[in-house]
Write a protein that binds this ligand. Structure first.
Ligand SMILES: [Zn+2]
Length: 374
């Protein structure tokens, strides 16, 4: 079995979650150190109650310029006790858990690229390997990472769904949206006319708000409802709903935020309830043209491998959003997984086998293209 497949199978069987990456981080560190790399761990975990930090390791290839290769070590819930199986050209779980190919396939690909670059016999730019924690909990590890430690101005996040060959050139920005409604409590049987029902006022707001797919680049979702009590004999004085809006178009994002605030006020007017909205930016969008060098280097690598390339935008945020906001041009690279975040998650075995080679060839294609921005 290839090293990359072995590493992948080993890593997914180490229990982990966002904030509980210790076992995976120790295994990744040991593998990199066995390859002769020095690994530094930061204290990002402490910023969100986690037990591991981001890992940074550098591989010097003798050419000027640096390139960032990134993957995350955490996974979404239902990722304990994973029993991976190879079946019909795929790796799947036993059907009761996720597979955690998101993103241990990326982690395994990056480790494999170290082995390959060390053996390639060519000079290449300096590679900064960054393995993050807390990605699935809101990009917490990358947000806590001190990007001034990086020299790279371009990079690749090996963390996108789709077949090997897909390059994600754009990802949405996201804001968290909260609407709180304050009414007035009263006994529901004795004097309901003295109360103002926050629940029905909130229902009015939600019944008429534009959500779901807003346009080809934008979505909104209101998902969490709460009013603090569980009794029916009081006219409810408080209700809250939390949601999110994402868009690859920054103008659409600000327009929706304005609409959200106005709609909440207007829909509840006449109910007597007071409305408070809170908008919290989570991360910024990014977008690259297909002729951007960061995309062209990936396309050249895919051409060398005879893999079919596909460049398009994604619907999720990732560590790349954080790096782009910090001025490092990072795009997403697919490793062959699909159905991530659910029990049907799978990865195409042949794609995984070649994901390390793709990382290697991307680095080498920068050398062919005449170097990297310093
Ligand atoms: Zn991921």
């Amino acid at each position: 079995m290839e090293d990359i497949v072995e590493d992948f199978l080993e890593l997914v069987q180490i229990d982990a979650a966002s904030g509980n990456e210790r076992g995976v981080a120790d295994a990744v560190k040991a593998k990199l150190e066995a390859l002769g790399l020095a690994v530094e761990e930061d204290d990002a975990g402490a910023s969100f109650g986690g037990n591991a930090g981001n890992l940074l390791a550098v591989l010097d290839g003798g050419l000027p310029g640096s390139i960032l290769l990134n993957a995350h070590m955490d996974r979404v819930a239902n990722g304990l006790g994973i029993e991976p199986q190879i079946k019909d050209g795929l790796i799947v779980s036993d059907g009761t858990t996720i597979l955690a190919a998101d993103d241990l396939s990326g982690v395994a690909a990056l480790i494999d690229s170290v082995r390959r670059l060390q053996a390639c016999g060519q000079k290449f730019p300096r590679v900064e390997y960054l393995f993050t924690v807390g990605e699935e909990a809101g990009l917490l590890g990358s947000k806590a990472f001190d990007t001034s430690r990086l020299r790279a101005k371009v990079g690749y996040a090996f963390d996108s769904p789709g077949r090997l060959g897909r390059v994600v050139c754009a990802a949405p920005g996201q804001v968290s949206l909260t609407v709180e409604v304050a009414g007035k409590a009263a006994h529901a049987g004795n004097c309901p006319e003295e109360g103002v029902n926050a629940v029905t006022a909130l229902a009015k707001i939600l019944a008429t708000i534009r959500d779901g797919r807003l346009d080809p680049e934008s979505t909104a979702n209101f998902a969490v409802l709460d009013c603090g009590t569980k009794v029916t004999n009081i006219v409810q004085s408080y209700a809250v709903c939390r949601g999110e809006m994402r868009s690859r178009n920054d103008a659409a994002l600000s327009a929706y935020v304005e609409y959200f605030e106005r709609h909440c006020r207007e829909a509840a007017s006449g109910t007597g309830a007071a409305v408070k909205t809170t908008v919290t930016p989570q991360y910024e969008s990014f977008s690259f043209d297909e002729d951007a060098p960061v995309i062209q280097a990936a396309l050249a690598a895919l051409r060398d491998m005879g893999a079919e390339a596909q460049v398009n935008g994604g619907g999720g945020g990732m560590d790349a959003n954080v790096f782009n906001a910090a001025g490092i041009g990072v795009v997403g690279v697919a490793t062959g997984y699909s159905g991530n975040h659910g029990i049907s998650e799978r990865i195409v075995l042949d794609d995984l086998r070649r994901a390390g080679e793709l990382a290697e060839r991307i680095v080498l294609s920068w050398a062919d293209m005449g170097g990297l921005p310093e």
